[in-house]
Design a protein around this ligand. Structure first.
Ligand SMILES: [Zn+2]
Length: 291
């Protein structure tokens, strides 16, 4: 049993059993479903109680003295491009479709909300209808997170160094396809990818996202702005033909390598977006200094 530094607050260690009792302040004892045992050598630092539509959750923060070294940029490289048409395109030519989490269930949500609006205020049926709407929202959120987690692990299986784009998420959420952008959850995915990469000892870095779809990854010539309907990159200078998102992912990979001093900077880069080395994030600079 652990003694918390806070008076009258104590937690039970998990052990190997599936169920434990959790004593938290004046809430008294409650049974919780422990998803994974707390490893030996870790101490419980904080318990956060969260209420969701499907029930109550206890998020337990644990701490240990183990130091995890930062991943080093060595091994196989991979550039990724996030998009509305395809969720991810990689510099290796893989295209992953975007599941429509919210949009596919939008009609069901509308139907539930319409039913809710007809219920009498203060009635039990209204509470049940509220619960159904909340559960559907939670289901959409869980499906999205699960997909993001699977994709992050899939990418980490393929490479030891991954480069992504530094997206302006606020600006994207105000654009014409904002509903699709928000449904894809690019910000949440990049955050999950960052954590999964660290856990898997994969180096992850973001690079400048500007003009990635307007540069030929083969010869470096600016091919100009493409309409969203134009899905193929066809360079008039060198004749290089590939999917436009794959071409963008290849440019992202080249920018990442150039920023780490491991690749050749495209000749056009400085004219179009300026010196990349000045645009590398502070985190990247700290990592390079540490190496
Ligand atoms: Zn070209």
């Amino acid at each position: 049993m652990l003694e918390s530094p806070v008076k009258n607050q104590r937690f039970l260690t998990a052990g190997e059993c599936q169920y434990i009792c959790c004593y938290i302040l004046v809430i008294s004892s409650v049974l919780i479903n422990l998803h994974r045992p707390i490893s030996q050598g870790f101490i419980v630092k904080r318990v956060q109680i969260v209420k969701k539509a499907s029930g109550w959750y206890a998020i337990i923060c644990i701490q240990s003295d183990v130091k995890i070294p930062s991943p080093k940029p060595q091994g196989k490289y991979l550039g990724i491009d996030l998009g509305v048409s395809k969720f991810i395109a990689t510099s290796q030519g893989e295209l992953i479709a975007r599941p429509k989490f919210f949009i596919s269930l939008q009609s069901k949500l509308k139907w539930l909300q319409r039913r809710l609006s007809k219920k009498q205020k203060g009635s039990k049926n209204r509470l049940k209808a509220i619960q159904k709407v909340a559960r559907l929202h939670e289901h959409i959120d869980n499906s999205r997170k699960n997909f993001h987690d699977q994709i992050a692990h899939h990418l980490c299986d393929q490479a030891q160094v991954i480069f992504g784009e530094e997206l302006n998420l606020k600006a994207m959420s105000r654009e014409m396809l904002c509903k699709h952008t928000l449904d894809a959850g690019f910000g949440g995915f990049l955050e999950i990818l960052k954590h999964v990469a660290k856990d898997r000892n994969v180096y992850f870095e973001k690079v400048d996202a500007n003009f990635t779809s307007q540069i030929c990854p083969n010869c470096g010539v600016v091919t100009g702005k493409k309409d969203l309907s134009q899905r193929v990159h066809n360079c008039s200078n060198c004749g290089f033909v590939t999917d436009r998102d794959v071409a963008a992912a290849m440019v992202v990979e080249q920018r990442g390598l150039a920023a780490l001093g491991l690749g050749v900077k495209l000749p056009v880069e400085e004219d179009v977006i300026g010196d990349i080395s000045k645009k590398v994030s502070r985190a990247s600079r700290r990592n390079r200094k540490a190496l």
